[in-house]
Design a protein around this ligand. Structure first.
Ligand SMILES: [Zn+2]
Length: 300
């Protein structure tokens, strides 16, 4: 009798293992992510505590990671942290090889080569749609340059020095040679398509209460994929995205057939992160209290 009971227990256990294997077998993702991730930006809550992870990424992060990366939030309350944007920015007028498919408002515009290339990729796709009159009117700005602008334009138009995304090195002001961005084909195209290239139109008309900034159809910010896609799909301002991600702890997005899982972890001191999935990953701080791990090329 005791042997029968033992066999029954083994069978039940095997059944449980088989079920677990089945649900993970197709994608290597926890089943909840795989099932709900069939539309871009569909948020899912992280259920990792309930079922032990089959695989995981484990690595150490230091507290200064909170202030580094493409997802740093900067607004009237949160300042630009010390960063290397000044060293990375080059004068585009002197680097003509980086100017391809768009114009420059003047000869002082500076940008990191990486951001210039991301912008070039985007405008080349816009040109295929017949939209090709883009102009960069502002790129990287040092605190001194922001101070001068602030004194010239005032607080309604210009951010307080130390609180401009331009000083992060991740923002661009875009104009059109054909008119105001609000109505120009370039502005309309950016609003509809910038997210595909990792950019967001950072200060939309209906989010001024959240962003604290007037409608700026010309100001785009680089955050990278899939973050721009998640914000577009859910109609979230950057502030809202970071709040939702923090609440839900993880979100899955499928963009152009590529699966990403985004995790938020609070980080206050040296921390070992355990991410319940295996793949390539990128790290960015949120500039307040934690880091965001973006996993892609997920190993099945
Ligand atoms: Zn701007």
């Amino acid at each position: 009798m005791r042997n029968w009971l033992f066999l029954l227990a083994v069978l039940v256990l095997l059944g449980a293992v088989y079920e677990r294997f089945q649900s993970d077998g197709d994608t290597g993702l926890p089943v909840e992510h795989a099932e709900k991730g069939n539309a871009i930006g569909t948020p899912t809550s992280d259920n990792a505590e309930n079922s032990p992870p089959v695989n995981e990424l484990t690595f150490q992060v230091e507290p200064d990671q909170v202030r580094k990366g493409n997802l740093l939030l900067v607004n009237e309350e949160i300042a630009v942290p010390p960063n290397k944007a000044d060293a990375k920015a080059v004068n585009l007028f002197k680097h003509k090889e980086l100017v391809d498919g768009f114009g420059l408002l003047d000869n002082s515009i500076r940008l990191s080569p990486e951001l210039a290339k991301a912008f070039t990729t985007m405008v080349k796709h816009a040109a295929v749609d017949g939209v090709k009159n883009f102009l960069i009117s502002s790129g990287y700005r040092s605190d001194q340059e922001q101070q001068a602008l602030y004194e010239q334009l005032g607080p309604e138009i210009a951010a307080v020095p130390g609180h401009s995304e331009h000083s992060l090195g991740l923002a661009l002001d875009i104009g059109s040679t054909t008119g105001q961005m609000k109505d120009a084909p370039e502005g309309i195209w950016l609003k509809q398509n910038a997210w595909k290239y990792g950019f967001i139109v950072r200060y939309p008309e209906d989010k001024t209460e959240i962003t604290g900034v007037i409608h700026e159809p010309w100001h785009i910010r680089y955050v990278g994929l899939p973050h721009s896609a998640i914000m577009q799909e859910n109609h979230w301002a950057f502030e809202e995205y970071l709040v939702h991600l923090k609440e839900r702890k993880s979100m899955t997005a499928i963009v152009e057939g590529k699966t990403y899982i985004v995790y938020y972890f609070p980080v206050a001191s040296n921390t070992t992160l355990r991410v319940p999935v295996v793949g390539n990953y990128e790290l960015s701080g949120n500039n307040t209290d934690g880091v965001i791990v973006t996993v892609f090329d997920i190993v099945n």
